[in-house]
Design a protein around this ligand. Sequence first.
Ligand SMILES: NC(=O)c1ccc[n+]([C@@H]2O[C@H](COP(=O)([O-])OP(=O)(O)OC[C@H]3O[C@@H](n4cnc5c(N)ncnc54)[C@H](OP(=O)(O)O)[C@@H]3O)[C@@H](O)[C@H]2O)c1
Length: 280
Amino acid sequence: MTNVTRHGDGADAVPTRDGMAMLGYGTWKLADRETCIDAITTAIETGYRHLDTARMYDNETYVGEAIADADVDREEVFLATKIWPDDLGYEDAIEAAYDSLENLDTDYLDLLYIHWPAKAYDPATTLEAFDRLVEEGVTERIGVSNFTPELLADACDRTTAPIFANQFECHPLLPRRRWREACADHDVHPVAYAPIARQEVFEESTIVEIAAAHDASPAQVSLAWLRQRDVTAIPKAASADHIRENWASLSLDLTDAELAAIDGIETRSRKVDPSFAPWN
Ligand SMILES: NC(=O)c1ccc[n+]([C@@H]2O[C@H](COP(=O)([O-])OP(=O)(O)OC[C@H]3O[C@@H](n4cnc5c(N)ncnc54)[C@H](OP(=O)(O)O)[C@@H]3O)[C@@H](O)[C@H]2O)c1
């Protein structure tokens, strides 16, 4: 039995892909200043070096404060934010990105995502603006989020800078195989949001049984499955215990049979489904 409740394995313990740690920290719903700063401080102390925010989360300023106060240099943190669909016109996108730099109290972003391909998203002009943001050093990388395989292929054809990542909902109850294959085809990193399906994976017997066999938690099993399937995960956790428990998933290695059993789960659940999603 593998005990995976160890804490504080250190930043070196996390596999990285082209500079992006494969286990990051999601900050949606951390909109209260003290809660947000405390949680990010704990996350950084635990070893997380990849922080995921968005203009829509209303916490960029707090994320910036937490990084500035942390005992790590800005360069050690992989910082990602996202521009909301209302602001994806050419000039608006440029303005929003510079505003995010100010909010986050930083000179550059590691990754800037198009949050959703909706509303003001226009492939030609939006992606031209994102290319310009790379040229101007505002962001080192371009990301897309919630892009179907077809939209991803189209975006990849349009930019000068490569599309670095596609962030979408992905967990054992929404495995998104076709989306992951599209990422592999285009050399784009898949990043999973809602990686524990907001706790719903805890109800899935296959996950619960595998967790028990490893003396691990269902959250850790879900995160290990994503990592071993080459998907970066960004679980959100306000609680310090959850932050540390999720980090300890890095010590959990599932067997090929266990990975295959999780691949075979048939339950389906989608947590994020706005009317403007490209699949609606
Ligand atoms: N691009 C997009 O459109 C998009 C959409 C949704 C989310 N996201 C990003 O993805 C991140 C994660 O997704 P999410 O917040 O929707 O869902 P999630 O990470 O699957 O679930 C978060 C919930 O699970 C709980 N939790 C976390 N770790 C746990 C553990 N070890 N044991 C038990 N409960 C645990 C958290 O509780 P506590 O907080 O109480 O600890 C919270 O209620 C977001 O924060 C955001 O950065 C992006």
